[in-house]
Write a protein that binds this ligand. Structure first.
Ligand SMILES: *[C@@H]1O[C@H](CO)[C@@H](O)[C@H](O)[C@H]1NC(C)=O
Ligand SMILES: *[C@@H]1O[C@H](CO)[C@@H](O)[C@H](O)[C@H]1NC(C)=O
Ligand SMILES: *[C@@H]1O[C@H](CO)[C@@H](O)[C@H](O)[C@H]1NC(C)=O
Ligand SMILES: *[C@@H]1O[C@H](CO)[C@@H](O)[C@H](O)[C@H]1NC(C)=O
Ligand SMILES: *[C@@H]1O[C@H](CO)[C@@H](O)[C@H](O)[C@H]1NC(C)=O
Length: 413
């Protein structure tokens, strides 16, 4: 009968389309997971600029970036007056000034502040030129004893730095002068090149500085010298300086007063310790996803972003999740990387299994899941076949066989 045959044909067509839709959906799902993985790897290059200043506050003065708790302008923009920066628009371009405009800030980071400190030089001939001294006072944060050195330039002099206590300060080191005084001798003989090209003990010496300096005296005094062995370099200069300052050679040969960079270890020091800070919630400086770290240069504490977060920990929401998946092949080649708050996961496409090796991870075909998947698919086919066998079995089964690469067990087998 032609009419019943066309009904069967139409039904078969319908079922075939249904099957293709199911296949297409499955394929799409698989493709979606892969594209999701590849796009997340290539979204950004990890330089997403984090906010460093408070909302509505200036975050730079000229080339100097100003991260909170430092700030300019409105008193809401900095934590307290110790962190206040004034930007002075002088003729030579903007200058960031710290502590009641006493010191120029060259660089402000979440760990340290680099400031300029005046370092006078004394040049001339005469018996009293080598004995010099000057005081540096009211530095807003302790001078880092690990990042700076005392440098002494001159012939046959002893240079030193001494903690000078401010009137309202208690001596932090009743342990003895050793902790409050550091110095080194700089000698010259006939063979010494002056000015020296580097600082090695002849014509120039350098040494460690006391810990926690906020006011200090720099002194030079002459050493007894064998006149037959003397040289004639007429300049004397001693200063505390950033130990990594790269232009020290230029300073050694210069004959004029200048400013030298010094690294300060700043800290939140309205309380002494982290424990104390955390008991006064309203004034605790560390924002979300961060932790507290004791300062080693003086009283106070620092904030750091927790592992997996980056940004400014002194802002409430400054520490932002790091998208580890931005790093190329973070999980391994062709392994899917999934970013999570503070961390990331490695994963494989549905029919693959993650193998973890020391040199990298791989996705390998998951035999068991493949088998399970095949079984599932077979069940699907069986349902279709059983459902249709009642009406016009043979035609539909032929269609299925033609369109499926997998062997399909027929219901009557
Ligand atoms: C990151 O991307 C930005 C713009 O997309 C570009 O200006 C910057 O140079 C890139 N940085 C690196 C390290 O590739
Ligand atoms: C600010 O700059 C002006 C020149 O523009 C200068 O005269 C003044 O001394 C500077 N202030 C400070 C505190 O350095
Ligand atoms: C010592 O220094 C003073 C002033 O600083 C100067 O007037 C005097 O001439 C110096 N004496 C010698 C011997 O150079
Ligand atoms: C320089 O200082 C040394 C040591 O303090 C001292 O012996 C010497 O007399 C001083 N010289 C002058 C000219 O003040
Ligand atoms: C800095 O000071 C600390 C504390 O006094 C001390 O333990 C450390 O050895 C010092 N480091 C240097 C390089 O002087």
């Amino acid at each position: 009968m032609p009419s019943s045959l066309s009904v069967i044909r139409r039904l078969g067509n319908l079922l075939f389309r249904l099957l293709m839709v199911i296949y297409a959906l499955e394929a799409e799902e698989l493709a979606a997971t892969r594209t999701a993985a590849t796009t997340s790897v290539s979204i950004v290059n990890g330089t997403s600029s984090h906010k460093i200043a408070k909302e509505g506050c200036e975050d730079r003065c000229g080339n100097v970036m100003i991260p909170y708790p430092f700030g300019m302008g409105n008193s809401n923009c900095y934590r307290d007056v110790r962190f206040k920066i004034s930007c002075n628009y002088s003729n030579n371009g903007p200058v960031a000034l710290l502590n009641g405009d006493r010191y120029e800030a060259l660089q402000i980071t979440l760990e340290y502040v680099r400031i300029n400190i005046f370092a006078p030089i004394h040049c001339g001939y005469g018996s009293n030129i080598t004995n010099t001294s000057y005081v540096v006072s009211d530095i807003p944060f302790p001078v880092s004893n690990t990042s700076n050195k005392l440098t002494v330039l001159g012939c046959n002099i002893y240079g030193s730095v001494t903690v000078s206590l401010q009137t309202d300060q208690v001596d932090p080191s009743s342990a003895g002068l050793g902790d409050r005084f550091k110095g080194c001798p700089s000698r010259c003989d006939k063979h010494t090149a002056v000015p020296p090209s580097h600082c090695s003990g002849y014509g120039c010496c350098k040494t460690r500085i006391p810990n926690g300096l906020t006011s200090y005296t720099v002194q030079t005094s002459s050493l007894p010298v064998d006149t037959h062995d003397s040289t004639s370099y007429p300049c004397v200069r001693a200063f505390v300086i950033d130990r990594e300052f790269s232009k020290i050679e230029r300073l050694l040969s210069s004959k004029s007063d200048s400013f030298v960079p010094v690294i300060l270890d700043w800290a939140i020091n309205d309380v002494m310790t982290c424990k104390e800070a955390q008991t006064y919630h309203s004034s605790y400086a560390c924002g979300r996803n961060s932790y507290c770290l004791e300062s080693h240069s003086g009283p106070g504490y620092h904030c750091k972003c927790s592992k997996g977060y980056a940004g400014n920990p002194y802002l409430l929401d400054g520490c932002q999740d790091i998208d580890e998946c931005n790093e190329p092949d973070k999980c391994g080649k062709d392994v899917i990387c999934i970013n999570t708050p503070g961390s990331y996961r490695c994963s494989c496409p549905p029919d693959m299994k993650l193998e973890i090796f020391e040199l990298g991870n791989y996705c390998t075909p998951d035999e068991q899941r493949l088998l399970a998947d095949q079984k599932n698919k077979r069940r699907l086919h069986n349902i279709v076949v059983i459902a249709s066998s009642g009406i016009g079995g043979s035609i539909i089964v032929i269609l299925l066989l033609a369109k499926s690469k997998e062997p399909i067990p027929l219901p009557w087998q």
